[in-house]
Design a protein around this ligand. Sequence first.
Ligand code: ATP
Ligand code: MG
Length: 464
Amino acid sequence: MIRKFLRKVFSRKAPAAISQSTAKLGTIPFKQHGIRRNQINPCALKITTSLQQAGFSAYIVGGAARDLLLGLTPKDFDVATNATPEQVHHIFRRSRIIGRRFRLVHVICGAETVEVSTFRGHSSTDDNNHSSITLTDQHGRLLRDNVFGSQEEDAVRRDFTVNALFYDPAKEEILDYLNGYEDIKAKKLRVIGDPTQRYREDPIRMLRAVRLASKLDMQIEEETAKPIGDLAPLLQNVPPSRLFDEMLKLLLSGYALSCVVDLRARGLHHGLLPMLDVILEQPLGERFITIALRDTDERIKQNKPVSPGFLFAILLWHEVLSSWNSLRASGEKPMPALFKAMDEILSIQRKKLAIPRRFDAIIQEVWVMQPRFEDRTGRKPFRLITHPRFRAAYDFMLLRCESGELSMELGEWWKTFLSAENETREKMLLKQSSPKKSKRRRSRKKAPSDPALNVENTIKNDNN
Ligand code: ATP
Ligand code: MG
């Protein structure tokens, strides 16, 4: 069976993504690009210098070179070299070789770690030279890409031209094999080689295109964009943990809103967030996601923490709400109905992009606490604020108010309650709980926070 599979795979002639002869080396001097070596992180600079002194070539590559050219602050500085992982490890005492399949070296300076990778080749199927064989599955997805190669091959195996630049801090010059520099200046995100083949090799590149275009404020070049819609189903073949990691990168990029909108526009969301269409087609759902993701993006830009569980609680909330409301409308009691709705929505989501179980607790707690904000009688608000997840649930409730799903009055009440002294808090409670029946009946008419009204709202929206 395995042998048959291998034979099938090896007999496929995988066309080279881009022939090396089309990769023409351009050297961009300092006076053109303007990047000084002192803009490089000192740890990465020390590494390239030491490697070069030991006779190897070494460059700052990938996102760092690109971001510096765009005037952005790089997230991390990666180094690429022609030294093997063992040679790198030998030069740096504080380093370790990581990864079994894809071997890299982590070099440590102080609290920092810099990733050093050996130039890798994009080897095609080659019956004469099995040492450079790259395995692909039946869709063309690369199963092995750990073959060392030349610097030029290393450029060509990368995803986008703007990610394939090599900055040499010693000479302060950039080596550019694929016109990445021009694409950066033109703000064009262009796949290296044949886009269809490159997405088949690694469908994650379609998500990277969306994320990088938003983050870098670039246009996805026409040929690069064209096959995405048709190839979107290939995301199903990507190992779920990798898909989840990439989705998280996208949601925590600081550009979640524009990424989610773009994912949907390109039809990439089906395998990731299967219920997104339904949610965004309801005006309230769309408003909630827009406000919540904008808020998340703002938090990230201010370096405030954002929990992935909270993000998924946001993305799925309106489906839970809609299912919860239907169950209640058909006579189920509120809390059992909410639990049933949560289970149903999480299991639909799991069939596509499985959210790791470690996030379940926060997602469910944030949802389960929501009805408790609407009950401001007795000691209940006091009990609610002692809950360990109160803050997340409170932020979530405020977003619901802001989106128009709950009344602003409810959000204001909670803001006042939280900032008030105990004496004022007690008075607020009394006001809520005293003339019970008549007041409740009156408020039913106008407060959209009333669960009964929510049922109507959602049913109305569902019919839109
Ligand atoms: P970020 O700013 O998000 O870190 P990045 O481009 O640096 O963006 P990384 O995931 O850090 O992204 O990858 C570093 C480099 O490795 C990329 O710039 C690119 O050259 C290469 N790379 C990453 N993922 C892929 C991929 N799926 N296929 C080909 N090359 C890739
Ligand atoms: Mg990076």
